[in-house]
Design a protein around this ligand. Structure first.
Ligand code: NAD
Ligand code: UDX
Length: 451
């Protein structure tokens, strides 16, 4: 088995960047990315990629048209591939058995059916999407409906990239995990990664371990964020400084320094969905104590988002009715245009519901996207505004909340800002991403998470 033609179903935040890096690093492999969303595919074929990631434009430019192609002809791309990555979305179910927790596998199922219909000869199927443990079994069941002349191997190769650093993570991964049953199929995929990943970072396991490891890794990361956020409240109550505590704790090599940044709560399309899925699976397998343990990570996150919004209202004299509040940053973290589960959404909803005039500025998120994310707030249309810059958002504002840690916010001129804001204005640094000393020197009032 040798992989020469890869097709990836799903041209999203994972499929697009992952395939761009594979094509860039493996010029001898033809890579086609397909999607049911024609608009998305069209954007991948322009200079305005649908996904913002530092460094991605250059990678796509080098490979596109050479051995990287974006297409809507899914059947043709399936038929011609010897290896198919499934990188479609796997959201939380909204109805039926397990609604609100379990993973919705409808897109995985429809891809599997399409592959069963359109594939030719032998094909290696790679689970790139994050999936519940034992999904490979379900995919194989669907593939078994294909004719006898077709055969398949299913591998699990979960993706660990984080948004905002996707290109860096893909080019220099901590590890590549490949789970499977057939040694020859595993080896064929290992050969692809060996084009740029050192051998010792490629880990092979059984399929179930690979599927489980992805959920476990996200659960551990989310747990660290909830742990430090829980302590941020404790720091505020006691006079300790959460950044100092995180530094002291993180210098213990057994603990490590990453993922100890207190903030507004974690966002993004993965943590909540994957921990919910883990909780559901634990309940399903009769492990209620384990389910409750992980559920608490999510509850702490919800509490942190609400807690910060309440701090804003309390510090503004208990009411924000009719007050202009600038929200700086809307993306769920810096260096991405992704707003899925962004904690800024919960913050804005809370402030809008309390009657505030909310003015949002984000360097990469459009106002149309912000409006769409807040469409369920009944006060949205009247009281939600956008601004071209942080300075414009703060003009005449009673408060500004730093909701995303964009680098451009680190260098804001607080002295100039103070002259634009209302007298006695507050800054709420929910990400600890500004220079507090210079900010306080301007006379602005400051609340910072965990301080
Ligand atoms: P996404 O929503 O950005 O992209 C998924 C794409 O799949 C969409 O463009 C959709 O149109 C397409 N699609 C769905 N069903 C299809 C079908 N039957 N045929 C053709 N196209 C179809 O999602 P994403 O963020 O790229 O995530 C994909 C998977 O990767 C998820 O399982 C996610 O949990 C996992 N993951 C995401 C990240 C991340 O940072 N976003 C990181 C690691 C893993
Ligand atoms: C995560 C995982 O890191 C990645 O391995 C997986 O493949 C997908 O899910 P992502 O959600 O893109 O990646 O970003 P991540 O850097 O993990 O941040 C998630 C959220 O946690 C963000 O809202 C971020 O602001 C928050 N966070 C992260 C903190 O609040 N503090 C931290 O110390 C780290």
């Amino acid at each position: 088995m040798k992989i020469q033609k890869i097709t990836c179903i799903g041209a999203g935040y994972v499929g697009g960047p992952t395939m761009a890096v594979i094509a860039d690093r493996c010029p001898h492999i033809q890579v086609t990315v397909v999607d049911a969303n024609a608009e998305r595919i069209e954007a991948w074929n322009t200079d305005h990629l649908p996904v913002y990631e530092p460094g991605l434009d250059a990678v796509v430019k080098r490979a596109r048209g050479r051995n990287l192609h974006f297409s809507t002809n899914i059947d043709e791309a399936i038929a011609s591939a010897d290896c198919i990555f499934i990188s479609v979305n796997t959201p939380t179910k909204t109805e039926g058995e397990g609604a609100g927790k379990a993973c919705d596998l409808r897109f995985i199922e429809s891809c599997s059916r399409q592959i069963a219909r359109a594939a030719e000869n032998h094909t290696i199927i790679v689970e790139k999407s994050t999936l519940p443990v034992r999904t490979a079994e379900k995919i194989l069941e669907v593939l078994a409906t294909a004719g006898r002349e077709k055969s398949f191997d299913v591998l699990s190769n979960p993706e660990f990239l984080a948004e905002g650093t996707a290109v860096k993570d893909l080019e220099n991964p901590d590890r590549v995990l490949i789970g499977g049953q057939n040694e020859a199929a595993i080896q064929a995929l290992v050969e692809v990664y060996l084009n740029w990943v050192p051998k010792e970072r490629i880990l092979t396991t059984n399929v179930w371990s690979a599927e489980m490891s992805k959920l476990a890794a996200n659960a551990f990361l989310a747990q660290r964020v909830s742990s430090i956020n829980s302590l941020s409240a404790f720091c505020e109550a006691t006079g300790a400084d959460v950044d100092e505590v995180a530094r002291a704790v993180g210098m213990d090599t057994r603990i490590g320094s990453k993922f100890l940044k207190a903030g507004l709560g974690f966002g993004g399309s993965c943590f909540k969905k994957d921990v919910l899925n883990l909780v559901y699976l634990c309940e399903h397998y009769g492990l209620p104590e384990v389910a409750t343990y992980w559920q608490q990570v999510l509850e702490m996150n919800e509490w942190q988002k609400k807690r910060v919004a309440q701090k804003v209202i309390q510090n503004l004299g208990g009411t924000v009715q009719g007050k202009r509040i600038a929200v700086l940053g809307f993306a769920f973290k810096k260096d991405t245009n992704d707003t899925r589960e962004a904690p800024a959404i919960a913050l804005c909803e809370h402030l809008l519901a309390a009657g505030a005039n909310v003015v949002v500025h984000d360097p990469k998120v459009s106002f149309v996207k912000i409006q769409a994310d807040l469409k369920h707030s009944p006060f949205m249309a009247k009281n939600l505004h956008s601004a071209e810059s942080a300075e414009q958002a703060c003009q005449g504002a009673s408060a500004a909340v730093l909701a995303t840690e964009w680098d451009s916010f680190r260098h804001l001129d607080w002295k100039a800002m103070a002259t634009k804001m209302s007298a006695g204005a507050w800054i709420f640094d929910a990400r600890n991403c500004t220079d507090h000393r210079s900010l306080k020197a301007t006379g602005l009032k400051l609340w910072a998470v965990g301080k």
